[in-house]
Design a protein around this ligand. Structure first.
Ligand SMILES: [Zn+2]
Length: 286
Protein backbone atom coordinates (compact mmCIF):
# COMPACT_ATOMS: atom_id res chain seq x y z
CA UNK A 1 0.00 0.00 0.00
CA UNK A 2 1.78 3.13 -1.22
CA UNK A 3 0.96 6.45 0.26
CA UNK A 4 2.57 9.81 0.14
CA UNK A 5 4.33 10.56 3.33
CA UNK A 6 5.21 14.19 3.60
CA UNK A 7 7.97 14.58 6.09
CA UNK A 8 9.62 17.50 7.68
CA UNK A 9 12.70 16.87 5.60
CA UNK A 10 13.37 14.70 2.61
CA UNK A 11 9.72 14.87 1.61
CA UNK A 12 8.63 12.36 -1.01
CA UNK A 13 5.38 14.12 -1.84
CA UNK A 14 5.04 14.50 -5.56
CA UNK A 15 5.69 18.04 -6.73
CA UNK A 16 7.18 19.14 -3.44
CA UNK A 17 10.94 19.41 -3.46
CA UNK A 18 12.87 17.50 -0.87
CA UNK A 19 13.39 19.47 2.30
CA UNK A 20 10.08 21.28 2.14
CA UNK A 21 6.77 20.36 3.78
CA UNK A 22 3.64 20.78 1.64
CA UNK A 23 3.09 24.16 3.25
CA UNK A 24 5.30 27.19 3.58
CA UNK A 25 6.09 30.45 5.27
CA UNK A 26 6.75 33.55 3.33
CA UNK A 27 9.77 34.86 5.12
CA UNK A 28 12.54 33.67 7.33
CA UNK A 29 11.48 34.04 10.91
CA UNK A 30 13.07 35.01 14.18
CA UNK A 31 14.17 32.32 16.61
CA UNK A 32 10.77 32.49 18.32
CA UNK A 33 9.02 32.24 14.99
CA UNK A 34 11.08 29.23 14.09
CA UNK A 35 10.09 27.42 17.31
CA UNK A 36 6.45 28.10 16.54
CA UNK A 37 6.92 26.98 12.97
CA UNK A 38 8.51 23.77 14.22
CA UNK A 39 5.42 23.15 16.35
CA UNK A 40 3.19 23.82 13.36
CA UNK A 41 5.23 21.44 11.22
CA UNK A 42 4.99 18.81 13.96
CA UNK A 43 1.21 19.28 14.04
CA UNK A 44 1.06 19.08 10.27
CA UNK A 45 3.06 15.85 10.29
CA UNK A 46 0.75 14.46 12.97
CA UNK A 47 -2.26 15.37 10.83
CA UNK A 48 -0.68 13.55 7.91
CA UNK A 49 -0.15 10.44 10.05
CA UNK A 50 -3.72 10.60 11.35
CA UNK A 51 -5.02 10.99 7.79
CA UNK A 52 -3.18 7.83 6.80
CA UNK A 53 -4.68 5.96 9.76
CA UNK A 54 -8.16 7.13 8.78
CA UNK A 55 -7.54 6.01 5.18
CA UNK A 56 -6.37 2.61 6.44
CA UNK A 57 -9.53 2.30 8.51
CA UNK A 58 -11.62 3.09 5.43
CA UNK A 59 -9.67 0.56 3.34
CA UNK A 60 -10.18 -2.09 6.01
CA UNK A 61 -13.90 -1.30 6.18
CA UNK A 62 -14.23 -1.57 2.40
CA UNK A 63 -12.39 -4.91 2.37
CA UNK A 64 -14.41 -6.48 5.18
CA UNK A 65 -17.53 -5.00 3.55
CA UNK A 66 -16.67 -6.78 0.31
CA UNK A 67 -16.33 -10.07 2.22
CA UNK A 68 -19.73 -9.49 3.77
CA UNK A 69 -21.20 -8.71 0.33
CA UNK A 70 -19.83 -11.93 -1.11
CA UNK A 71 -21.13 -13.92 1.89
CA UNK A 72 -24.58 -12.35 1.46
CA UNK A 73 -24.60 -13.13 -2.27
CA UNK A 74 -23.60 -16.73 -1.55
CA UNK A 75 -26.32 -17.04 1.04
CA UNK A 76 -28.90 -15.69 -1.40
CA UNK A 77 -27.72 -18.09 -4.13
CA UNK A 78 -27.89 -21.03 -1.71
CA UNK A 79 -31.38 -20.01 -0.62
CA UNK A 80 -32.48 -19.74 -4.26
CA UNK A 81 -31.11 -23.23 -4.93
CA UNK A 82 -32.95 -24.66 -1.92
CA UNK A 83 -36.14 -22.99 -3.15
CA UNK A 84 -35.69 -24.61 -6.57
CA UNK A 85 -35.20 -28.01 -4.94
CA UNK A 86 -38.34 -27.57 -2.83
CA UNK A 87 -40.24 -26.55 -5.95
CA UNK A 88 -39.02 -29.68 -7.76
CA UNK A 89 -40.10 -31.86 -4.82
CA UNK A 90 -43.58 -30.36 -5.05
CA UNK A 91 -43.72 -31.07 -8.77
CA UNK A 92 -42.53 -34.63 -8.11
CA UNK A 93 -45.30 -35.06 -5.57
CA UNK A 94 -47.87 -33.83 -8.10
CA UNK A 95 -46.48 -36.36 -10.59
CA UNK A 96 -46.65 -39.23 -8.07
CA UNK A 97 -50.25 -38.31 -7.22
CA UNK A 98 -51.16 -38.30 -10.91
CA UNK A 99 -49.52 -41.70 -11.34
CA UNK A 100 -51.55 -43.01 -8.39
CA UNK A 101 -54.77 -41.68 -9.87
CA UNK A 102 -53.97 -43.19 -13.28
CA UNK A 103 -53.29 -46.60 -11.69
CA UNK A 104 -56.58 -46.43 -9.82
CA UNK A 105 -58.46 -45.58 -13.03
CA UNK A 106 -56.70 -48.40 -14.90
CA UNK A 107 -57.78 -50.78 -12.14
CA UNK A 108 -61.38 -49.56 -12.46
CA UNK A 109 -61.28 -49.95 -16.24
CA UNK A 110 -60.04 -53.56 -15.84
CA UNK A 111 -62.88 -54.16 -13.37
CA UNK A 112 -65.49 -52.77 -15.77
CA UNK A 113 -64.05 -54.85 -18.61
CA UNK A 114 -64.39 -58.01 -16.51
CA UNK A 115 -68.00 -57.04 -15.71
CA UNK A 116 -68.75 -56.70 -19.45
CA UNK A 117 -68.77 -60.50 -19.72
CA UNK A 118 -71.22 -61.00 -16.87
CA UNK A 119 -74.00 -58.53 -17.77
CA UNK A 120 -77.37 -59.92 -18.74
CA UNK A 121 -78.99 -56.92 -20.46
CA UNK A 122 -77.98 -54.48 -23.18
CA UNK A 123 -78.78 -51.55 -20.88
CA UNK A 124 -76.34 -52.88 -18.30
CA UNK A 125 -73.70 -53.41 -21.02
CA UNK A 126 -74.13 -49.84 -22.35
CA UNK A 127 -73.86 -48.49 -18.83
CA UNK A 128 -70.60 -50.34 -18.28
CA UNK A 129 -69.25 -49.29 -21.67
CA UNK A 130 -70.16 -45.67 -20.87
CA UNK A 131 -68.21 -45.99 -17.59
CA UNK A 132 -65.24 -47.41 -19.46
CA UNK A 133 -65.29 -44.53 -22.00
CA UNK A 134 -65.50 -41.92 -19.25
CA UNK A 135 -62.65 -43.56 -17.35
CA UNK A 136 -60.53 -43.78 -20.50
CA UNK A 137 -61.10 -40.03 -21.13
CA UNK A 138 -60.17 -39.17 -17.57
CA UNK A 139 -57.09 -41.39 -17.79
CA UNK A 140 -56.04 -39.68 -21.02
CA UNK A 141 -56.35 -36.21 -19.50
CA UNK A 142 -54.43 -37.34 -16.39
CA UNK A 143 -51.69 -38.76 -18.63
CA UNK A 144 -51.40 -35.39 -20.41
CA UNK A 145 -50.96 -33.69 -17.06
CA UNK A 146 -48.40 -36.32 -16.01
CA UNK A 147 -46.36 -35.61 -19.17
CA UNK A 148 -46.49 -31.88 -18.42
CA UNK A 149 -45.39 -32.58 -14.84
CA UNK A 150 -42.45 -34.68 -16.05
CA UNK A 151 -41.39 -31.92 -18.45
CA UNK A 152 -41.58 -29.34 -15.66
CA UNK A 153 -39.50 -31.59 -13.40
CA UNK A 154 -36.88 -32.07 -16.14
CA UNK A 155 -36.71 -28.34 -16.72
CA UNK A 156 -36.36 -27.68 -13.00
CA UNK A 157 -33.63 -30.32 -12.74
CA UNK A 158 -31.68 -28.62 -15.53
CA UNK A 159 -32.02 -25.27 -13.75
CA UNK A 160 -30.88 -26.84 -10.49
CA UNK A 161 -27.88 -28.31 -12.23
CA UNK A 162 -26.94 -24.88 -13.60
CA UNK A 163 -27.48 -23.29 -10.18
CA UNK A 164 -25.26 -25.90 -8.51
CA UNK A 165 -22.49 -25.25 -11.05
CA UNK A 166 -22.90 -21.49 -10.61
CA UNK A 167 -22.77 -21.85 -6.83
CA UNK A 168 -19.61 -23.94 -7.04
CA UNK A 169 -17.99 -21.34 -9.31
CA UNK A 170 -18.98 -18.59 -6.86
CA UNK A 171 -17.65 -20.64 -3.95
CA UNK A 172 -14.26 -20.96 -5.62
CA UNK A 173 -14.28 -17.25 -6.50
CA UNK A 174 -15.14 -16.32 -2.93
CA UNK A 175 -12.28 -18.44 -1.61
CA UNK A 176 -9.89 -16.64 -3.97
CA UNK A 177 -11.40 -13.28 -3.01
CA UNK A 178 -11.00 -14.06 0.69
CA UNK A 179 -7.36 -14.99 0.20
CA UNK A 180 -6.71 -11.64 -1.49
CA UNK A 181 -8.68 -9.72 1.13
CA UNK A 182 -6.93 -11.50 4.02
CA UNK A 183 -3.56 -10.66 2.51
CA UNK A 184 -4.56 -7.00 2.09
CA UNK A 185 -5.97 -6.86 5.64
CA UNK A 186 -2.69 -8.28 6.91
CA UNK A 187 -0.81 -5.56 5.02
CA UNK A 188 -3.08 -2.91 6.54
CA UNK A 189 -2.56 -4.35 10.04
CA UNK A 190 1.20 -4.18 9.63
CA UNK A 191 1.13 -0.71 8.10
CA UNK A 192 -1.23 0.47 10.82
CA UNK A 193 1.00 -0.85 13.60
CA UNK A 194 3.98 0.96 12.08
CA UNK A 195 1.94 4.14 11.57
CA UNK A 196 0.61 4.04 15.14
CA UNK A 197 4.11 4.02 16.55
CA UNK A 198 5.08 6.76 14.10
CA UNK A 199 2.05 8.67 15.34
CA UNK A 200 3.13 8.26 18.95
CA UNK A 201 6.54 9.68 18.08
CA UNK A 202 4.97 12.60 16.28
CA UNK A 203 2.55 13.26 19.14
CA UNK A 204 5.47 13.33 21.53
CA UNK A 205 6.92 16.17 19.46
CA UNK A 206 3.87 18.41 19.87
CA UNK A 207 3.36 20.57 23.01
CA UNK A 208 0.44 19.27 25.10
CA UNK A 209 -1.64 22.43 24.79
CA UNK A 210 -1.48 22.39 20.99
CA UNK A 211 -2.12 18.66 20.95
CA UNK A 212 -5.26 19.18 23.05
CA UNK A 213 -6.61 21.78 20.65
CA UNK A 214 -5.71 19.68 17.64
CA UNK A 215 -7.55 16.62 19.00
CA UNK A 216 -10.57 18.67 20.02
CA UNK A 217 -10.91 20.27 16.59
CA UNK A 218 -10.42 16.94 14.80
CA UNK A 219 -13.27 15.41 16.79
CA UNK A 220 -15.90 17.63 15.23
CA UNK A 221 -14.16 18.51 11.97
CA UNK A 222 -14.13 15.16 10.16
CA UNK A 223 -10.60 14.48 11.38
CA UNK A 224 -9.08 17.78 10.25
CA UNK A 225 -7.07 19.53 12.97
CA UNK A 226 -4.57 21.22 10.68
CA UNK A 227 -5.96 22.66 7.46
CA UNK A 228 -4.06 23.93 4.44
CA UNK A 229 -4.89 27.22 2.85
CA UNK A 230 -4.80 27.12 -0.91
CA UNK A 231 -6.46 29.79 -3.07
CA UNK A 232 -7.36 31.42 0.27
CA UNK A 233 -9.63 28.44 1.01
CA UNK A 234 -9.52 26.27 4.13
CA UNK A 235 -9.09 22.59 3.30
CA UNK A 236 -11.02 21.70 6.46
CA UNK A 237 -14.26 23.57 5.78
CA UNK A 238 -13.81 25.45 2.46
CA UNK A 239 -14.16 28.80 4.20
CA UNK A 240 -12.40 31.73 2.53
CA UNK A 241 -9.85 33.55 4.70
CA UNK A 242 -9.42 37.31 4.47
CA UNK A 243 -6.40 38.76 2.64
CA UNK A 244 -5.26 40.14 5.96
CA UNK A 245 -5.37 36.71 7.61
CA UNK A 246 -3.66 35.18 4.60
CA UNK A 247 -0.70 37.48 5.17
CA UNK A 248 -0.52 36.42 8.82
CA UNK A 249 -0.76 32.74 7.89
CA UNK A 250 2.01 33.20 5.32
CA UNK A 251 4.24 34.96 7.82
CA UNK A 252 3.78 32.15 10.28
CA UNK A 253 4.76 34.13 13.36
CA UNK A 254 1.61 33.24 15.25
CA UNK A 255 -0.85 30.38 15.26
CA UNK A 256 -3.80 31.09 13.01
CA UNK A 257 -7.08 29.21 13.33
CA UNK A 258 -9.90 28.88 10.85
CA UNK A 259 -12.98 30.84 11.91
CA UNK A 260 -15.12 28.22 10.24
CA UNK A 261 -13.79 24.93 11.58
CA UNK A 262 -11.24 25.94 14.20
CA UNK A 263 -8.34 24.10 12.53
CA UNK A 264 -4.75 25.32 12.69
CA UNK A 265 -4.02 26.98 9.36
CA UNK A 266 -0.95 26.62 7.20
CA UNK A 267 -0.27 28.17 3.80
CA UNK A 268 0.01 25.61 1.02
CA UNK A 269 0.28 27.74 -2.14
CA UNK A 270 3.90 28.59 -1.50
CA UNK A 271 5.02 25.01 -0.97
CA UNK A 272 8.30 24.43 -2.76
CA UNK A 273 9.35 28.08 -2.47
CA UNK A 274 9.82 28.05 1.27
CA UNK A 275 11.42 30.89 3.20
CA UNK A 276 13.24 32.58 0.34
CA UNK A 277 11.24 35.70 1.13
CA UNK A 278 10.89 36.63 -2.53
CA UNK A 279 7.59 35.04 -3.47
CA UNK A 280 5.13 37.89 -3.15
CA UNK A 281 2.02 36.49 -4.74
CA UNK A 282 -0.36 38.56 -6.79
CA UNK A 283 -3.32 37.01 -4.95
CA UNK A 284 -1.95 38.26 -1.65
CA UNK A 285 -2.66 41.85 -2.58
CA UNK A 286 -6.05 43.03 -1.40
ZN1 LIG B 1 -11.84 25.71 8.14
Amino acid sequence: MERNRPGRAGSDVRGVPSGCTPFCFQESGSEGDNLMRDDLRALFDLQETDDRLVAMGRDREALTGSLEDVARQMEAAEAALEEMKRDREEKQKVYRDLEGEIKEIEENIRKFKRQEFDVKTNEALWAIQKEIREHEDKKSSLEDRAIEAIEAIDQQSAEIERAVEDLERRRQESVRHKTVVDRKLGEIDREEAATLSEREERRAGVPAELLGRYEKVREHNRGVGVARISDRTCSGCSRLVTFQDLQLIKRGDRFMYCEGCGAFLVWADGAGKETDGTNEEAESRP
